[in-house]
Design a protein around this ligand. Structure first.
Ligand code: HEM
Ligand code: SF4
Ligand code: SF4
Length: 527
């Protein structure tokens, strides 16, 4: 990761920590930027439909109808107008933060290119919605936007006659042109909805609704703002006069002052080039994709857990192709797989207790197969000595594990913590290879592979298959979700955990953990 990106990431994580401290990880707006985008979209749609009841689409009547909305029916339609304005401003803020964040957190490469590339047209669509909306007010700002935008469009040279001519004088302005703007302001949001839907198609359980508390809080803030600072029009448009001063909206119109300084052609080249660059970012610089997960049919019983847990819809359950007695089998679509390994963590056959056959689970990640993870775990545990021995399993996107290395501590890195089957914790503790297991990873609510932490917590809590058996003492397991810049927090957590383990006393290595033998035998026979 480049130095600049690292700094930006640390910056994001600092802000994230403030929000998490204030609202808790679940309500952290920085973890819900895409969901907030959807929320603000729906607010603009609902308020827009209400406004349309009172809005008159004639050139002269448009301004008057908005004056009625703002000044006469201020308590209902006026509030809707303000909500419409402020929710669309908020949409720009969350969309831009979402874009920068996905880039800084490096969530656009490999199979994730799809969400990125389908996000780019949304930028143009959102701006087109906002600009056409300002146009409809037909005040001085609208007049300025109409002239500047049509001159800019004329620079493309694709219209037979310059469309800016429509705004030379009041007589030239055609009502049909105004109707076209109304049509655009309705059609573009509908196209946007389609693109937003496509944008999240490759994600399982995409978060397109913010948590209730966050939704109520943000809506409340928008409502307060709407009453305190209602959205109003500027003076009515007058094509006989050139507007001398207009108050620009800096959310939607920051590019307009550039039109006074540079030619339309130059700006098309700049914005076109920037859009092309954005499209190409997932492949810049080019990298070698990591190998996709592979299914080993001999060990797949078709339970479907991997398909349910895959965060990127890369696994489908298909009719059995090998004549085995199970009805289904897991099939991985390589082009959708981000190599997180979460599917392996969900597979009931990925258990280190298995001794009778070679450890090949139903689904495996070629970059770190389960057999290798078992060997590494055993090798790491073997080197442990002294009191309060801890095995730390961490993900490659959480705090660095190297700094933890000290006597009595072994560390193992996985692509995602969700790759770790709970049976590995059972294995390490019940076989007494260590006195405790610490799980570390990305910040809570911000898993690099979306669902790794959530599934891990549910598996440990017994709420999701495969779950950690009840008999594994929970006081010997600790979780620390600290993010890449949380090394200090992780070190502190490890020290506190080891102190607690010392108080608990060592596991009696001469006696089996109650019921563990039975459990192992059960797992072996299942595998
Ligand atoms: C109206 C604007 C947008 C909305 C409403 C929106 C919404 C969303 C939502 C709901 C998700 C799924 C989040 C999750 O469940 O983890 C998402 C993911 C994503 N978005 Fe957007 N998005 C918008 C614009 C953009 C733009 C402009 C870009 C970048 C060009 C972008 C890039 C991404 C990427 C890369 C992901 C995938 C992250 C991952 O793989 O975990 N989005 N977006
Ligand atoms: S979780 Fe394992 S056994 Fe179940 S369907 Fe997937 S690969 Fe097959
Ligand atoms: S590694 Fe497994 S869970 Fe992760 S994207 Fe690929 S198939 Fe899905």
């Amino acid at each position: 990761m480049s130095g600049l990106r690292r700094i930006a990431r640390a910056g994001f994580e600092t802000v994230d920590d403030w929000f998490s401290a204030a609202f808790g990880p679940a309500w952290n707006p920085m973890y819900n930027l895409g969901a907030l985008g959807w929320f603000f979209y729906w607010i603009t749609i609902v308020s827009g439909v209400y406004l349309f009841i009172f809005f008159d689409t004639g050139i002269t009547q448009a301004y008057e109808s908005l004056e009625y909305i703002t000044n006469v029916q201020w308590y209902a339609a006026g509030v809707m107008r303000s909500l419409h304005r402020y929710a669309s401003d908020a949409l720009i803020i969350v969309m831009m933060l979402h874009l920068v964040r996905e880039y800084v957190m490096d969530r656009l490469r490999g199979a994730r290119w799809f969400s990125w590339v389908t996000g780019v047209p949304l930028l143009w669509l959102v701006f087109a919605c906002g600009i056409s909306g300002y146009w409809l007010v037909w005040d001085k700002l609208a007049q300025y936007i109409a002239i500047a935008s049509t001159e800019w469009l004329d620079a493309l040279g694709i219209f037979g006659e310059p469309i800016a001519r429509n705004f030379l004088n009041p007589e030239a302005l055609s009502g049909r042109f105004f109707t076209l703007m109304v049509f655009i302001h309705i059609a573009v949001p509908l196209i946007m909805l389609l693109v937003m839907w496509i944008h999240i198609q490759r994600q399982t359980n995409a978060r397109s609704n913010p948590p209730k508390g966050l939704a109520v809080g943000t809506l409340g803030m928008l409502l307060v703002l709407s009453f305190v600072e209602p959205a109003v029009s500027q003076a009515p448009a007058d094509l006989g006069k050139v507007p001398a001063v207009v108050n620009l909206d800096w959310f939607y119109l920051p590019a307009y002052p550039l039109l006074d300084r540079f030619s339309g052609g130059t700006l098309w080249a700049v914005f076109g080039g920037a859009t092309l660059l954005l499209f190409l970012l997932p492949w810049l610089p080019p990298g070698r994709p990591e190998a996709a997960a592979i299914v080993n049919l001999n060990n797949c019983n078709g339970c479907g857990r991997c398909a349910a847990d895959c965060p990127y819809t890369a696994i489908t359950m298909e009719p059995r192709s090998d004549g085995a007695s199970f009805s289904q089998e897991a099939v991985v679509k390589d082009e959708l797989c981000v190599s997180c390994g979460i599917c392996t963590g969900s597979c009931p056959t990925a258990t280190p207790f298995r001794r009778t056959t070679e450890l090949i689970p139903g689904i495996d990640l070629p970059g770190l197969v389960i057999r290798e993870l078992r060997e590494k775990t055993l090798a790491a545990a073997e080197g442990l000595s002294g009191d309060a021995r801890v095995v730390v399993f961490g993900c490659g996107y959480g705090p660095g594990l190297k700094t933890l290395e000290e006597s009595g501590v072994a560390t193992l890195e996985l692509p995602c913590i969700g790759m770790l089957p709970p049976s590995f914790l059972d294995f390490v503790i019940s076989k007494k290879y260590a006195d405790g297991v610490l799980l570390a990873g990305c910040a809570e609510g911000d898993c690099h592979f979306r669902l790794g932490i959530e599934w891990t917590e549910q598996r440990l809590a017994g709420a999701r298959d495969p779950y950690l058996r009840k008999r594994v003492p929970r006081e010997r397991i600790r979780e620390c979700w600290a993010g890449v810049s949380g090394s200090r927090r992780l070190r502190k957590e490890l020290a506190a955990f080891r102190a607690d383990l010392k108080d608990l006393g060592p596991l009696d290595r001469s006696r089996p953990l109650s019921g563990t033998h039975k459990v192992s035998a059960e797992v072996e026979s299942n595998a």
